[in-house]
Write a protein that binds this ligand. Structure first.
Ligand code: ZN
Length: 306
């Protein structure tokens, strides 16, 4: 009897262990990350401003940032706006948010009928909240008030953009559900005087983290990105940066430290500016001295497999 029970217990334990470890495994064949914009705000870098798309089971599910040019790249990628479940903004600088109105206007010509979730930082002294940004763009008194039905829904045929502001609390993580078992987590990061958050998207056992623009002054990213399958790190300044630049952005040495500590599986460098485009080789070598994993240099339209 004792023998039977113990064998049964062992079998049950094995089944529990294997099913939970299976559930946590990243289903790499179902998820892809696509870069829609790998540049920053410069006019003459030949790159779109910030934008990323997460594909799940061949459908575009989550858009992270909506900088200038990202809506064009979205169309070029074959993504359908009807499939999109959420838009996550890291902050409201122009190079991360200017195409939001272009996406919403463009959706008029699609068959989208379900509400769209929009998340971004709450307000601070310098920046409006994400929900206020939406109102100032498309609310009743917005610059594009002709699109107000998408914000303050009046007709059954319109879908509505539902905005949520992420609180700016150092060291705290806020969890949101985008539906379809897709989770989005956000945490406050230091980007000079700008209200900014980093995002972690979890789906199908995989996790992709977006640093957004930040200089890691709050030292929150390595814990936030722990064990991520991909970290997209913004490389807007070189290692010898100083002054205002390092109050806004992290250096390659800082990226290396975070990627190593968090044991990132793949590192994607993006948000290049001319000062970092010119030294990509050096940047890669600085980071690879500390971080042993693969490092990819983002380009517009690039697809990264997990
Ligand atoms: Zn930026």
């Amino acid at each position: 009897m004792f023998k039977q029970v113990s064998i049964l217990t062992v079998l049950l334990l094995l089944m529990t262990f294997s099913s939970s470890s299976f559930a946590n495994q990243c289903k790499t064949d179902q998820i892809k990350l696509q870069v829609l914009g790998s540049g920053g705000p410069e006019l003459d870098d030949g790159r779109n401003s910030s934008g990323y798309l997460i594909w799940y089971q061949n459908k575009a599910r989550v858009l992270i940032d909506a900088g200038a040019g990202s809506s064009v790249e979205y169309g070029r990628s074959g993504a359908k706006f009807e499939d999109l479940q959420g838009i996550l903004l890291t902050h409201l600088h122009v190079d991360h948010s200017a195409d939001l109105a272009a996406f919403i206007k463009g959706s008029y010509f699609t068959s989208r009928s379900t509400n769209l979730l929009l998340y971004g930082p709450a307000a601070n002294d310098l920046m409006p909240s994400t929900s206020d940004y939406l109102q100032r763009l498309m609310g009743d008194k917005g610059a594009f008030a002709y699109l107000k039905d998408y914000v303050n829904k009046r007709h059954d045929s319109d879908y509505k953009v539902v905005a949520t502001d992420v609180p700016l609390v150092i060291g705290q993580t806020f969890d949101y559900s985008l539906g379809n078992n897709i989770k989005a987590k956000a945490t406050f990061v230091h980007h000079g005087p700008v209200a900014a958050v980093a995002w972690r998207v979890e789906l199908a056992g995989c996790s992709i983290v977006f640093s957004g623009d930040m200089n890691n002054q709050f030292d929150v990213l390595s814990a936030f990105a722990n064990g991520a399958d991909i970290l997209v790190a913004n490389n807007a300044v070189p290692d010898n940066a100083s002054g205002a630049a390092i109050n806004l952005h992290m250096t390659p040495s800082t990226i290396a430290k975070i990627a190593k500590k968090a044991q990132i599986k793949q590192l994607v460098l993006s948000h290049f500016m001319k000062r970092t485009l010119a030294v990509q080789k050096e940047t890669k070598s600085i980071i690879s001295q500390k971080y042993p994993g693969p490092i990819y240099l983002a380009t517009d339209g690039m697809v990264v497999s997990l």
